[in-house]
Write a protein that binds this ligand. Sequence first.
Ligand code: UDP
Length: 411
Amino acid sequence: MINHPRIVNIEDYAQFVGAETVARILGKARNLRDLHVVNVNSTYYGGGVAELLGSMSILMNSVGIKTGWRVIQGSPDFFSITKKMHNALQGGEINLTDRKKEIYEAVVYENAIRTHLEHDVVIIHDPQPLPLINHYRKRGPWIWRGHVDLSAPDPELWNYLSPFVEKYDAVIFSIKEYTRELKTPQLFFMPAIDPFTIKNAPLSEAEIDERLEHYRIPTDLPLVVQVSRFDHWKDPQGVVEAFKIARKEVDCTLVLLGNVATDDPEGPEIYESLLECQEERIIILSVQDTALVNALQSRAAVVLQKSLREGFGLTVSEAMWKGAAVIGGNVGGIRYQIEDGVNGFLVNTVTEAAARIVQLVQDEALRRRLGEAGRETVRQRFLLSRNLEQYLDLFASFETNFTLKRVPGSN
Ligand code: UDP
């Protein structure tokens, strides 16, 4: 007999969400047993979508839904175009030439040729693989899951993309603000975290020390941390500015930890430009080490996610789960995780961020109060078991002609 390593299953969540919730989820999964589902996105690591798919695909299999995960391949010019699209969907500018559309559609078509999708349900994530739907005869519903902040997309780009979107049987966005005018039914599922990964499971103080020492991160002063892809929307420059203002009043060390996703060609340049800000108390790190993410979020006096646009922002829930005091940009999905002054702070400007850093570094009791409330928020609303149940409800809601019987309840 082969001995497999143990994987997380839904019963493991009972300690956080209760046995009744787990039993309800298992009951729903039983009715869908052996359903064959596939997810398609454009990077196997780096960024929240890969993080979600890694855990969700395993959890779904553990309840009997045969769930796969495919990643499309593309040339650097394809990813340069799709990153421009990503930026323009979040309100940036794009020069949408015919050439760009041709490259985008041709690369997606090549992926369609080599990706055989004959599943009962197909879930396509984000704009990169969106046009795949043009190249298949559907055997079941196709769902488009848009993860970006769609509150103000570039109109020309949205006009170009929306005919692809309307071919899908359902669309999922993270929050209601991203509702678009579409013929397709729209649902709202917020992402969630897996509490059992190396990134999110509890670490001992000794393990935290070991990780921080390994990267020579000083622990003599309170740590102010942001963990994010190197991306302008995450406003790393704003974090450095806020830190410099705060440091006039309190002693602390800033750590910006970032990585670069394979579908994000802008990262290296942003990382390089940040290195210019590096000094003794401003540490800029680009490494792929999930235990380090955990150690920093667990030890930090303050965790920032000072985004200017944010589809959801998994790092916010990750930090709250560790009881960190979190300061988030007052945008997109961050607003659904942080209730200002209750389980963290929301800020609109660099100056506001600086003032909150000072306040939190000076007030340990406040940090503890916000941190405890933050962990409870995540326990109630942002664990992956909730997201799994939403998917099960959605799968159960499709009629045989792939239309939705009813739009299942959202968050
Ligand atoms: N992340 C990481 N290492 C880093 C930076 C980010 O593992 O150096 C992870 C982070 O912990 C989170 C994900 O990447 O799980 C980012 O997801 P989020 O929703 O915050 O932002 P996105 O990158 O999808 O815009």
